[in-house]
Design a protein around this ligand. Structure first.
Ligand SMILES: *Cc1c(COP(=O)(O)O)cnc(C)c1O
Ligand code: SF4
Length: 333
């Protein structure tokens, strides 16, 4: 009789790694040797649960309560403090929905809220309060989203966003792109995703095969806020994505205590480039309730950006922008 191969010898698929994410703040802190950290909040974690893939946690520095990756995911008391000007729908998404899961704010581009799920929960995220679960484009087999796009010949670019669109299975994504392939006015596809950074195993053979055979030029906009988010597994994921022919860009959010220094920003651009990723946007924080402690004042953001311009080659300088509800593009600062 031939014994079955022990399961642990098989490489674990991304879905298993996804399910195995850390969800208990105490477990995360104890892994980092930080059992007694003041300001960590159960109530904040109840409002928006902690979620961190183990591979991402492994990139955090042991014993450092100020670790820039840890600060992005740790639920804190400060989130519960109401701050004037910080609201639930900071970017006006509720008003901009054109159909189920389709947000059409900018000319020529439609954003599909493909799913509400993410592999990591980022404390600064404007989506933390948005009831996306009921309003995702995938909820009805994509039909309504695809019909919304088909009905508007001015839409040339479809942007898959969320949540994180790569939290959907590859067959589900392929069903969408198969349907979109029948629409002549669609010319480009873009993905906005944090998964290749926080769970690089997501970039598996099936995903690469799907991307390679898409009929349009593809841009993949990943989301890393700090150079330490890159490691050899992320490098391998980026190389695979590039091998599909996709253009790789990074967007980051300017976050106090995470990446609000010249050195941190320069390192992010340079580390991204080493992985084959060019900087795209550096977003000024959306003023969403619970995220006020991450805000960098506009003056400081502009001064930082000017210093980045002096230090970095032009192609490694992200555009500093803010999203303003009702405007036809991101607003350059
Ligand atoms: C940010 C955003 C886009 C993309 O804007 P670009 O400047 O093209 O990157 C498109 N639609 C919506 C609703 C957005 O919020
Ligand atoms: S949408 Fe992006 S920024 Fe927001 S929680 Fe998900 S991965 Fe993080």
């Amino acid at each position: 009789m031939i014994p079955a191969a022990p399961a642990r010898l098989q490489p674990r698929g991304w879905q298993a790694l996804w399910r195995d994410a850390i969800r208990d703040p105490r477990e995360l802190l104890s892994l980092l040797g930080l059992d007694t950290l003041a300001g960590v909040s159960d109530a904040a974690a109840e409002a928006f649960p902690l979620r961190v893939p183990r591979g991402f946690a492994a990139r955090m520095r042991h014993g450092d309560p100020h670790d820039p990756l840890l600060r992005q995911v740790l639920p804190l008391d400060e989130e519960l403090r109401p701050v004037p000007g910080f609201s639930l729908d900071a970017v006006g998404d509720a008003a901009a929905r054109a159909g189920h899961g389709v947000i059409h704010k900018y000319e020529g581009r439609a954003l599909l809220v493909a799913t509400g799920s993410c592999a990591v929960h980022c404390r600064y995220c404007f989506r933390r309060h948005f009831p996306y679960a009921e309003q995702t484009a995938a909820a009805h087999q994509w039909t309504e989203a695809v019909e919304t796009i088909r009905a508007d010949p001015g839409l040339h670019e479809v942007i898959l966003s969320g949540g994180d669109p790569l939290s959907l299975s590859t067959p589900k994504l392929a069903a969408l792109t198969d349907a979109l392939a029948g629409i002549d006015h669609v010319r480009r596809l873009r993905l906005h995703t944090r998964l290749p950074i926080v769970l690089p195993e997501r970039v598996d053979d099936a995903l690469a095969a799907w991307l390679s055979r898409l009929p349009w030029p593809v841009a993949v906009v990943v989301h890393a806020n700090h150079a330490n988010e890159f490691d050899s597994a992320v490098d391998a994921a980026m190389a695979r994505l590039r091998a599909t022919g996709a253009s790789l860009l990074n967007q980051a959010v300017l976050l106090r205590g995470v990446n609000d220094s010249l050195d941190a920003q320069a390192a992010l651009s340079e580390r991204g480039f080493a992985a084959g990723v060019l900087p795209y946007y550096l977003h000024q924080l959306d003023r969403v309730a619970g995220a006020a402690h991450f805000e960098v004042p506009d003056d400081q953001a502009r001064a930082l950006h000017a210093a980045m311009r002096a230090r970095l080659p032009g192609y490694l300088l992200p555009r500093l922008v803010r999203e303003v509800a009702g405007e036809g593009s991101k607003r350059p600062m």
